[in-house]
Design a protein around this ligand. Structure first.
Ligand code: 4NP
Length: 152
């Protein structure tokens, strides 16, 4: 089983989308995909309705997800940890205890824009258009991730 974790700040906008999109592209018998937030702001909450809507529009159901906070145990439980932006990358790395743990953490948009360290913009204060933009960015990155696993 390959275990992949998607991480943003609140775990209600970006990482629930990343989780749902990657799950839609990989077989669930072989891939465990989850998401978490670096903050405790929305623990237990459902995804933001704007994320639920743009996912549903693309035939992906994320409405049963519940926000949780990233913990140091996640370094042990997951093989790869994707940060949605540089701020979350920093917060995740601050909890790592070994170089092996640090090496599991990647910036998700480096999949589509190698070595560019681009952020998935925080859409929380944005319009529906912002969520559509986030969906498209994550869909592209997740296609690259999924194709790499499926071709190996
Ligand atoms: P997310 O978006 O990190 O993509 O889930 C946010 C959600 C909530 C907040 C910030 C970003 N907040 O400040 O409450």
């Amino acid at each position: 089983m390959t275990k992949i974790l998607m991480v943003c700040l609140g775990n209600i906008c970006r990482s629930p989308l990343a989780e749902g999109i990657l799950k839609s592209k990989l077989p669930k018998q072989n891939y465990f995909i989850d998401s978490a937030g670096t903050s405790n702001y929305h623990i237990g909450s459902s995804p933001d309705s704007r994320s639920v809507n743009i996912a549903r529009h693309n035939n992906i159901d994320i409405c049963l997800q519940q926000a949780r906070q990233f913990t140091a145990q996640d370094f042990k439980d997951f093989d790869v940890i994707y940060a949605m932006d540089n701020s979350n990358l920093k917060n995740i790395l601050a909890l790592a205890q070994t170089e092996t743990e640090k090496s599991k953490v990647k910036i998700i948009l480096n999949e589509s824009y190698p070595n560019s360290n681009k952020d998935v913009p925080d859409p929380y204060h944005d319009t529906d258009k912002g969520f559509e933009n986030v969906f498209n960015m994550l869909d592209k990155a997740c296609s690259i991730i999924a194709n790499r696993y499926l071709n190996n």
